[in-house]
Design a binder for this molecule. Structure first.
Ligand code: ADP
Length: 275
């Protein structure tokens, strides 16, 4: 199935506009918002999540089809397994006719005090947040090079990839690693017209933040929502971000307009952190 005609090449551009986007961790939150935004931008989408997240991912796919009339295929693989990532890329190219934008969004955030650091938390964090992104980049880049029309590799970083956070040593280390591997890949892939950039969100209002809020407010005996309110007070913009705030930045990183930007991690945090 090829889908010619949805995109027109820009005048004077030797690279046709991107057409197919693959988003991992697209079941909910930031990943779902990215999938819906890229579908709105005109991309057909391949959507990945863990098999345990099937209901949510199928819902994202339905939203892509109904709201934006774009194709959506769903793929259930673990991004930390190389053979599975290879299969995910092959299936995307086979069923959607190519791959132009890889958004390696899947990740885990496991918290523990540093002096209680456990190998299981560190291994899980590194497997998904570092090896998962490396594998998605590697196999997507190979497909893009074979295709010969450039592309975009985009990954989830965090403001925790730019400065330390309490109870987050493994998470911070993994997000710093994402920046390093992205910068290195950016240099090697630039001659192929493939740009490699990350988005680095601060506090974003997702289910995860609601859960943290619930836990915190229960422990402190405060009304629900007060943790989120407190977070918002520390942000110059006066609010926590939305998944759509992040998706807008990803939309730009995926676009032609970002073609001279590579190796960057764009902070999306309402003015909290300057680097
Ligand atoms: P956010 O707040 O960034 O939206 P989530 O935890 O909701 O955070 O999103 C991370 C996504 O990544 C989830 O949908 C989760 O199922 C997915 N994910 C986590 N680990 C893996 C993995 N090994 N392979 C594929 N997807 C994964």
């Amino acid at each position: 199935r090829h889908h010619e005609g949805h995109f027109t090449a820009l005048p004077n551009s030797s690279i046709p506009s991107p057409r197919v986007a693959l988003i991992t961790g697209a079941g909910q939150g930031i990943g779902r918002a990215i999938a819906l935004r890229l579908a709105r931008d005109g991309y057909h989408t391949a959507l990945d999540d863990m098999p345990s997240n099937k209901t949510a991912l199928e819902e994202t796919a339905e939203l892509v089809r109904k709201r934006h009339s774009r194709n959506a295929i769903t793929i259930y693989i673990d991004v930390s397994k190389e053979d599975q990532v290879g299969e995910m890329i092959d299936r995307t190219v086979r069923e959607l006719g190519g791959l132009d934008v890889m958004v390696a969004n899947a990740g885990v955030a496991l918290l523990e005090p540093f002096i209680d650091s456990s190998m299981s938390v560190w291994e899980k964090t590194m497997n998904v947040n570092v090896f998962g992104i490396m594998l998605c980049y590697k196999h997507a880049a190979r497909a893009m090079i074979a295709q010969g029309r450039g592309g975009r590799l985009i990954a989830a970083c965090s403001i925790a990839g730019k400065r330390g956070d309490p109870d987050s040593a493994a998470y911070c280390a993994s997000k710093f690693a994402v920046r390093g591997l992205s910068q290195s890949a950016a240099i090697e892939l630039a001659p192929h017209g493939i740009n490699v950039n990350c988005y680095a969100p601060g506090a974003i209002h997702t289910n995860l933040l609601d859960e943290v809020d619930k836990k915190y407010t229960a422990e402190e005996g405060e009304p629900v929502g007060s943790y989120i309110k407190k977070r918002a007070e520390g942000i110059p913009a006066g609010r926590v971000g939305t998944p759509e705030d992040v998706a807008g930045v990803v939309s730009w990183l995926a676009s032609e307009d970002s073609k001279f930007v590579t190796g960057q991690a764009i902070t999306v945090d309402g003015g909290t952190l300057f680097d």
